[in-house]
Write a protein that binds this ligand. Sequence first.
Ligand SMILES: *Cc1c(COP(=O)(O)O)cnc(C)c1O
Length: 399
Amino acid sequence: MTKVLPPMLMPTNPRTDLSFERGEGAYLYGSDGHRYLDFFSGIAVSSLGHAHPHLVDTLRSHADKLWHITNNYRIPAQERLAERLTALSFADRALFCNSGLEAAEGAIKLARKAQHTEGKPNRTRIVTIEGAFHGRSIAALAATANEKYLEGFGPRAPGFSQVPFGDSAALEAALDDDVAAVMIEPVQGEGGVRPFDLGYLRRARELCDANEASLIFDEVQCGMGRTGRLFAYQWAEVEPDIMMLAKGLGGGFPVGAILATERVGRCLTPGTHGSTFGGNPLAMAIANAVLDVLVQPGFLQEVERIGRLLWTELEGLAQQQGEVFSEVRGAGLLLGLRCIPPAGACVDAVRASRMLTHTAGENVLRMLPPLIIEEQQVAEAIHHLESAATAVCQKAGAA
Ligand SMILES: *Cc1c(COP(=O)(O)O)cnc(C)c1O
């Protein structure tokens, strides 16, 4: 399907010429009259699917109460969410914002301020990993360090350097006495659905400890249950000093968070950082409602089980469709199929079969289904992927 750039909008996003009228669970109903299986969740955001009854009830019950007040006053739902997220993680303190890039900005500022507070003001450099994606603000772009995103936006913000993926010797070599923090996505999403080896994450922790650097985990895409644990780092049994959340945190409502240990988190003292919207009552009510579902007994175990089932089915598919799919990668329900034809053509063919997916780096077809999918949707997805692979092969044969 050809992409469109509506003339009244800035042309940042070439759009598939399709819109949706409503969603229910893992399905979206298109303006073309067709039902689509949503295996992308608006980039891991609608992680409880569309129109989840608990989220709808929460939104409705807050509609005529209080939407916004800003942080000059106490916000009970914000304190409650902070208490819950810190109780469920390594962290002691939270700060709320509205998106992943704001979480990245906040995490970078926090890591630098913590070094400054501890009498090490020269420690400002943030080390990131090749293939990372941390957002599109001037600082987050410097952290992401992808030339494709940087070009045309003036001088690159100083104070960032990058090391190759999965190379702990390179990470060790990069850790000098000017480093404030190392920033890692435990599973790279945009970069190609690449999970880090758990040993690498443990080594990164050791190296940060030995070098007085903070460890930041960017769990904007891989956090909030996506991998079958509430946070992806929990698989590695190492804890960061700072963690970034957004995407799935609000189940479709824009909200982000920075979590940190007491040592680091206390350093953003009054007036040093903030946000007008961050943590407003409506966002907090909805994020609390998302968390209610994620912590229900058995919910994450089921995500893990369905993720494994989908993985096994995808392995079978890749074997059977070896000319189209060369590899399955990912963790939990953040899964990728490395493609032999251009991944974009595979995504188009999958959509023609009425399932939504997207690309990621390294020619990968990326799947981020809602965490509520059942065996039925796994079977449907495999069916869509099979018919797409057949269509792609036929096209290649005809060309
Ligand atoms: C999407 C993403 C971001 C940026 O989030 P936005 O809400 O789009 O600003 C940062 N880090 C990771 C890992 C992401 O996937």
